[in-house]
Each structure stands twice: as structure tokens, then as C-alpha cells.
Design a protein around this ligand. Structure first.
Ligand SMILES: Cc1cc2nc3c(=O)[nH]c(=O)nc-3n(C[C@H](O)[C@H](O)[C@H](O)COP(=O)(O)O)c2cc1C
Length: 269
């Protein structure tokens, strides 16, 4: 065909598009398994970082992550009642689109609009089965973006064992510093909740004056830090893991049969 022909030009362009589309589609399908594996590995690394089982500022090998993650007890929790849902499949719970409850503006201090009804948490136990560290997935809105992370508590269920933000879209060098291990390390050992179970730990503007409950603010990132405070308040509060933490402390019914009474009490509080 004549090189000047408009049909040839469109023909070649269409041919290139079709070949590229086939290559992209094939790669996407062929690499899906690998992508899912990497996503899972990333999640496991961050759970382990929050639990203090791998360094927050270094790399862990795949084998190390697999070995250490094996020690995690994966538990599904009904957030409203605080009861453990013994027969639930954690993978199904996380992918179930109906596993959500709408939050009222008063409840929604993390600015997430909806929360899961059932959540997957990670227990790391000692050899007797007693809790050593509890890792809780958390999520909230910062200045620009949804911030996803893990907060872990020590066996006392009161002090922070670790904090990790592994996914967010805050500005690098400003709000993005929430994922800097040097800043998240400042949370370790802080008192997360008071004796009634109410969240007390918070980021302050500037330098912390109360060493027990305050974390230094990130300069130029007060709005992101406000989002972090809302996130922590929500997830440690009555609409987050509050009822479950109460159950674990032993001051709430542990069985699902008794739990609804506790749930209504929690929502009144
Ligand atoms: C381009 C740009 C990006 C910003 N990114 C953030 C951010 O990610 N998080 C944040 O809290 N503030 C960010 N800010 C600053 C906020 O507008 C606001 O000034 C700041 O949160 C106030 O914090 P400060 O009281 O510590 O100065 C950004 C500002 C600009 C101009």
C-alpha cells in the first residue's frame, strides 16, 4: 500500500494499539498472582513492624517475614460488641463489601464515613498463649489523603508498642513524615488510653510537654497530625476497638450471646 495512504497510517496506528493492548492485558493477568503476593508480603511486613518484630527502618527478607508472621494469631472481631467471631474467615471479612457500617458525623472523628462491622486484628502471644502484642489496623483522613496503618499495644492494652503508616498521600517532607520511623518511634511506650479505656495519646503542636501521653508534632504538618489524632481517637474509641479492648481486659462479656447488651452500653458511653 502507498506510504502516503491515510488507510495505511490508520492501519499501522491501529495495529500498534492492538499489539500494545494485548501485551498490557497479558502482563496484567500474568502478573496478578505476583502482585497479590507482594501486597500480602507488604501487609505482613507492616504488621510485624508495628509489633516491633522487624526493624521499622530496615528491610526484612521474605523468609524472615514468613517465619515471624507465622507466629501471628489472626482474629476476627465484631467491633460493636467486642466479641471474637470464631468461625469467620479473615480473607472473606476483608473483601466483603457488605462488611461496613455508616458513621454519623459525631462518630466519624477519623473522617472515614464508614467503618467495618468486623475487623481483622493480629495477636502475638507468648509460649503460654498470653498476649504479648496486639496489632490493630487503623485508617483515617489526613490533609490530602486516606492514611492506612497499624497501631500496636503492649500486653497491658494501655501502652503503645508501635505505630506504622504504610499508605498515604500526604506531602513528602511535611505530612508525609508520619511514615518516617524516627517520628513513629516517638509513639512507643506512650499511654494510649486512660483507666476508663478512653484514648488519651495525641500529637501536639510543637514539643510534647506530657511525656506519658503526648507526641511531638511535625512542623508544617499540623493538619495531617490532626488527622492522626482523629484516627487514633476513632480506633481506640467506642466505635473502633474500644469494646474489644474492654473484652480483652476482662471487664466485658466475652461471649457473643451476652455481647449485644455490652454493645448498647458502649454506644451510650
Ligand atoms: C504544597 C503544600 C503542601 C502541604 N502539605 C501538607 C501536608 O501534607 N500536611 C499538612 O499538615 N500540611 C501541609 N501543608 C501545610 C498546611 O497548609 C498548613 O500550613 C500546615 O498544616 C500548618 O502546620 P504548622 O502549624 O505546623 O505550620 C502544605 C502546604 C503546601 C503549600
Amino acid at each position: 500500500m502507498n506510504n502516503e495512504s491515510i488507510f495505511k497510517t490508520f492501519g499501522v496506528a491501529t495495529g500498534v494499539c492492538v499489539v500494545c493492548a494485548i501485551i498490557v492485558s497479558f502482563s496484567s493477568v500474568a502478573l496478578k498472582g505476583l502482585q497479590d503476593q507482594n501486597k500480602l508480603l507488604d501487609k505482613q511486613v507492616n504488621v510485624l513492624k508495628a509489633a516491633g518484630l522487624v526493624p521499622t527502618d530496615g528491610k526484612a527478607t521474605k523468609a524472615e517475614v514468613a517465619e515471624k508472621f507465622k507466629t501471628a494469631e489472626i482474629v476476627v472481631v465484631d467491633l460493636a460488641t467486642g466479641a471474637v467471631v470464631a468461625d469467620a474467615d479473615p480473607n472473606k471479612v476483608e473483601s466483603d463489601k457488605t462488611n461496613v457500617v455508616a458513621l454519623t458525623p459525631e462518630q466519624d472523628v477519623a473522617k472515614i464515613k464508614t467503618a467495618p462491622k468486623q475487623a481483622v486484628v493480629y495477636r502475638f502471644n507468648d509460649e503460654t498463649g498470653a498476649l504479648k502484642t496486639l496489632v490493630l489496623p487503623i485508617s483515617g483522613t489526613g490533609l490530602w489523603s486516606r492514611m492506612n496503618g497499624f497501631l500496636s499495644l503492649n500486653a497491658d492494652l494501655t501502652t503503645v508498642a508501635g505505630l506504622v503508616f504504610y499508605e498515604h498521600g500526604e506531602t513528602p517532607g511535611l505530612g508525609g513524615e508520619i511514615s518516617n520511623p524516627k517520628w513513629t518511634a516517638k509513639w512507643n511506650g506512650k499511654t494510649a488510653v486512660d483507666e476508663t479505656g478512653a484514648p488519651v495519646v495525641k500529637v501536639v503542636k510543637g514539643t510534647a510537654t506530657d511525656a506519658a501521653t503526648e507526641v511531638d508534632g511535625i512542623s508544617g504538618a499540623t493538619l495531617t497530625c490532626n488527622g492522626v489524632n482523629g484516627t487514633i481517637d476513632f480506633w481506640l474509641g467506642p466505635n473502633g476497638y474500644g469494646p474489644y479492648l474492654k473484652t480483652l481486659r476482662g471487664d466485658a462479656p466475652a461471649t457473643e450471646a451476652e455481647a449485644p447488651a455490652e454493645a448498647s452500653e458502649a454506644s451510650e458511653n
